[in-house]
Design a protein around this ligand. Structure first.
Ligand SMILES: Cc1ncc(COP(=O)(O)O)c(C=O)c1O
Length: 484
């Protein structure tokens, strides 16, 4: 048997892991367990007598006794009356090896998710011309605060408990009402499943409806969040080009039969095209012929400035093949983490069960406040206000880009939080580099293509920028052209 571990080491060990909020005894157990797991206390070594350790650490002897007893019960120590307490544990792996092998132990599914990657911009939300950013300063914070207070006062206890997996019925009804009136969506509130984000919807749809090697048609260029979700499920992605009428159904009819089709018909991502009615009808017919599902990602349809958007594909579909996806990330604020899917009735039970299996449901309280915000008319008023604000920013950006209108060409500027700015071929790369050096967030359009990029340029976000920011950023952009 080895000697007791040298006394001076104990206060250091103990101090290093002293954690706020833990009692002395819990801290000691935690410290010892960590040292044992890390192999710092070799098998067979003797721990200090409880009296000595208590003295060294200036804590009570009973705390040390209790900690030793607990670690004996957990199998780390062996205690013999009259002889002392001994380490009875050998860690399986050295910590460094353990860390290395843990990262190599993902399932094939897990590795697929990691390989596909996430879809989050590293640029700051406030940077010009970061795309997809709503103006969170212009949100009616005082009103929201009042609604939160009222709600918690009225039904805080009920909202604090577990809630229905599909979402709060009040919110389902409020969304169904809004979608029928504003987007021509034809659904019952029970077809609506409340989620945390469109991204969660895409992941869930992919996990539930796609088998490895199933074909998925994706718009090209297209939304990387959708591509990643499909890749993570093992899908075989078939890019479908878009033209001035959107998703090219003339080409898609020649492609391998899909199990799933992803499209952004109101405002094609990233080019901003509105899909024509004949194309919408053709796509629905193709989905029906292949018995495929269509994901209609209706992001940004709320922000049409010069005309009303065409009604949603979902309302045109007589076959129940469209899964409509909407989000509150842009129309309220991104950190709210509330979105929804309108499911064909046949899919409701499976998706509800999956929601229970994955994480239960979205936060009840925020669902309730959002439902109040919609049903009391604030949502419609907020959208009206934001449309005017964003339209004025879009107009200012278009005006400030005028001096370089010979080399930049804004396309499909009628809607959204951003528009695509087309550049002549070959300019995107060098100008992105000089613009980035000048402190601009420029997202190249070529990054959204699976095949060779047909349109080069950037996605220009403007909605969250003040007038001053837009003016200064355009000056910087123009200057960076000379420096490219
Ligand atoms: C096409 C598209 N769909 C969905 C979303 C994201 O919504 P959420 O925050 O709900 O995942 C975005 C965000 O930029 C988007 O561009």
């Amino acid at each position: 048997m080895s000697k007791p571990l040298s006394a001076p080491v104990w206060p250091t060990l103990f101090a290093a892991s002293a954690s706020i909020g833990m009692g002395i005894q819990a801290q000691l157990i935690h410290t010892l367990r960590k040292a044992l797991l890390a192999g710092r206390l070799p098998h067979g070594s003797r721990l200090p007598a409880s009296r000595m350790l208590a003295k060294d650490l200036a804590i009570s002897r009973s705390s040390v006794e209790a900690a030793y007893a607990q670690l004996e019960a957990e199998g780390y120590l062996h205690r013999r009356t009259g002889a002392g307490s001994f380490v009875a544990f050998t860690p399986q792996l050295r910590p460094s090896k353990k860390a290395a092998s843990a990262s190599a132990q993902l399932s094939q599914r897990g590795q697929g998710i990691v390989n596909a990657g996430g879809c989050r911009d590293s640029a700051l939300p406030s940077m010009a011309f970061n795309a997809g950013q709503p103006d969170t300063r212009a949100f009616p914070h005082a009103l929201w605060q009042k609604l939160m207070q009222q709600r918690w006062g009225k039904s805080g206890a009920a909202l604090a408990s577990y809630g229905p997996a599909q979402g709060l019925p009040e919110l389902q009804s409020a969304i169904a009402g809004y979608l029928a009136q504003a987007r021509g969506v034809d659904c019952q509130p029970e077809q609506i499943l409340i989620l945390n984000s469109s991204q969660q919807a895409l992941q869930m749809i992919a996990q539930l409806l796609i088998d490895p090697a199933d074909t998925v048609w994706l718009e090209d260029p297209g939304y990387l969040g959708a591509r990643n979700a499909m890749l993570a499920a093992g899908a075989q992605i078939v890019p479908v080009p878009v033209d001035e009428e959107g998703f090219n159904t003339g080409i898609s009819q020649t492609l391998a039969a899909p199990r799933l089709i992803y499209t952004t018909p109101s405002h094609q991502y990233p080019l901003g095209i509105a899909m024509s009615l004949p194309r919408r009808m053709a796509l629905i017919a193709q989905a029906a012929a292949h018995q495929a599902w269509i994901i209609e990602d209706d992001y940004d349809s709320e922000f049409y400035y010069d005309q009303r958007p065409l009604p949603a594909l979902q309302g045109l579909d007589q076959q129940g093949r469209v899964i409509y996806v909407g989000t509150f990330s842009k129309v309220l604020f991104p950190s709210l983490r509330l979105a929804y899917v309108v499911l064909p009735p046949a899919l409701v039970p499976a998706f509800t069960t999956a929601r229970i299996a994955f994480d239960g449901h979205s936060a009840q309280f925020l669902q309730a406040v959002t439902a109040d915000f919609i049903s009391q008319g604030h949502f419609a008023a907020h959208l009206r206000h934001m449309r005017l604000l964003y339209r004025s920013r879009r107009d200012l950006l278009l005006e400030k880009l005028q001096p370089i209108s010979d080399i930049t060409h804004p396309i499909n500027t009628a809607a959204g939080l951003q528009f695509a700015l087309q550049l002549p071929k070959g300019l995107e790369k060098p100008w992105t580099a000089s613009g980035t050096t000048a402190g601009l967030a420029l997202r190249p359009l070529s990054a959204f293509y699976q095949e060779e990029a047909k349109t080069e340029g950037w996605l220009m976000g403007y909605a969250s920028l003040s007038n001053g920011q837009i003016i200064r950023a355009c000056e910087a952009l123009i200057k960076s052209y000379q420096e490219k």
